[in-house]
Design a protein around this ligand. Structure first.
Ligand code: PHB
Length: 366
C-alpha cells in the first residue's frame, strides 16, 4: 500500500520522483539580514529525497518578517546565497519551490524597519496569542491599516520576490496564504473589516490574493505558482462565520487560474503544532473536489495515512514536517521499512547544527 507514495507524478510540467513533500518549516538559520547560510544548504541537501521541496517561509520584504534569522528574497545578497541551497535541494531530482511569506499583523514594531507597528488589512490586533519577542512574550499591536498604495507595494514585493526566486534557481513559488498571515488576514472577517474593494464580500476579501497571483504570473508561468491555505484553522485569531463558503470560493478561483497546486494544512493543526480539531472543520477531501490540479495535504500524517489519502485520490502529495525534520532521508526509510527517529525539541528554531543537521541518515548497508 505504501507503494502509492513512490509513484512519480507530474507537477508544473516537471516529473517528481515520489509523493513526499518537505513542507515549509521555519528553522531560523539564516543571517540576521535574511541571507541564507551554508548550514541551510546542508539541511536541504539531507532532505533532497522528497519529490517536492518547499522552502521555509521566505519573506518578501523586511516589513513582512516577524522574526530574526528568517530568510528573504528581496536583496541581491539573498538571491546569491539561495543558489547553492536550491542546488542542494534538487540534488536528487526534487522540484524546489520557494514559499513566499508576508506575516502582516503577526510582526511587531521591535522588528519593523521603521519601528512602527506592523501592517495589516485593518487596525485590529491579534487577541488571544502573544508575540515571541527577544525579551519574552508581549501582546500583539494594533497594525497599521494598509492603504491602496501600500497594498500595491506588497503586490509588487511578491512579484519581485518571485522573479528573485527564479533567479536563485527555484522551479516555482508557493504563496503562504495559511496560518493567519497577511493573505489569511485579508480572507477572514475577524481581521478584515475594510469597507473598500478589499473587504466586505468574500470576493473582495480574496481580491488581494488574486492580485498577487496575477502579478506573479507575469514573472513565472502560472503552473509554477502554488497556494497554501489552512481552511480549518483560527490560529492567530483569524475567524469567520462561514469558512466553508470562504475557502470554497478561494479554491474555485485558484482552480480557474490553473495553478501548480493547492496545498492544504489539515484540520487539527494550529500553526506548527497539533490542536483540537474544530467541530466545524472542513475536510481537505471536500475542498480537493473543487480543484482539478495537484493537491498537497500536510499535518499529522504517518506514511500509512499518507498512502491511504493518496490511494483515495483526495490528495496527490503529502507533506511531512516533523517526520522530515527528524528523518532527513524519510522516503528511503519508508521504502526500506526502517524505524523512524523521534523529534527532539532542541534546535527546532534557531541555533546551529544541533537539532537541525545532526539527525542520522540510514547507513547505506540498510
Ligand atoms: C512558526 O514559526 O511556528 C510558524 C511559521 C509559519 C507558519 C506556522 C508556524 O505558517
Amino acid at each position: 500500500m505504501l507503494d502509492q507514495l513512490f509513484e512519480p507524478m507530474v507537477l508544473g510540467g516537471q516529473t517528481l520522483p515520489n509523493r513526499f513533500v518537505l513542507p515549509p518549516l521555519t528553522r531560523s538559520r539564516a543571517q540576521e539580514d535574511g541571507v541564507p547560510t551554508p548550514l541551510m544548504a546542508e539541511y536541504y541537501r539531507q532532505r533532497a529525497g522528497a519529490g517536492l521541496v518547499i522552502s521555509e517561509g521566505t519573506v518578501v520584504s523586511p516589513q513582512g518578517s516577524a522574526y530574526a534569522q528568517v530568510p528573504g528574497l528581496y536583496t541581491e545578497a539573498q538571491v546569491e546565497a539561495w543558489r547553492p541551497v536550491v542546488a542542494a535541494a534538487r540534488s536528487k531530482g526534487a522540484a524546489v519551490y520557494a514559499q513566499l511569506w508576508h506575516v502582516g499583523r503577526q510582526a511587531h514594531s521591535c522588528v519593523q524597519p521603521d519601528g512602527c507597528p506592523p501592517l495589516g488589512p485593518s487596525p485590529i490586533a491579534i487577541a488571544g496569542w502573544e508575540y515571541r519577542s527577544p525579551d519574552g512574550p508581549v501582546p500583539f499591536e494594533v497594525p497599521r491599516e494598509l492603504s491602496h498604495e501600500g497594498i500595491a507595494e506588497v503586490v509588487t514585493q511578491f512579484a519581485t520576490a518571485a522573479r528573485n526566486a527564479a533567479a536563485a534557481g527555484f522551479d516555482g513559488v508557493e504563496l503562504h496564504a495559511a496560518n493567519g498571515y497577511l493573505f489569511d488576514q485579508f480572507f477572514n472577517s475577524s481581521s478584515n473589516q475594510r469597507s473598500d474593494q478589499y473587504g466586505g464580500s468574500v470576493e473582495n476579501r480574496l481580491r488581494f490574493l488574486f492580485e498577487v497571483i496575477e502579478a506573479v504570473s507575469k514573472v513565472l508561468p502560472v503552473n509554477r505558482i502554488g497556494v497554501r491555505i489552512s481552511p480549518s484553522s483560527s490560529w492567530m485569531d483569524v475567524s469567520d462565520p462561514d469558512k466553508r463558503s470562504l475557502y470554497s470560493a478561494l479554491v474555485r478561483g485558484v482552480n480557474e487560474r490553473g495553478l501548480a497546486y493547492l496545498h492544504m494544512v489539515e484540520p487539527g493543526i494550529a500553526g506548527a503544532v497539533d490542536a483540537q480539531t474544530d467541530p466545524n472543520a472542513i475536510d481537505s477531501a471536500e475542498l480537493s473536489e473543487l480543484f482539478d490540479g495537484p493537491v498537497i495535504v500536510t499535518g499529522g500524517h504517518t506514511p500509512q495515512s499518507a498512502a491511504a489519502v493518496v490511494g483515495s485520490g483526495s490528495a496527490d502529495l503529502v507533506g511531512f514536517g516533523r517526520l522530515f525534520i527528524a528523518n532527513p532521508d524519510l522516503p528511503r526509510r519508508v521504502r526500506h521499512g526502517a524505524e523512524l527517529t523521534g523529534l527532539r525539541e532542541e534546535g527546532l528554531y534557531a541555533g546551529g547544527p544541533a537539532g537541525y543537521t545532526d539527525y542520522p541518515e540510514l547507513q547505506s548497508s540498510n
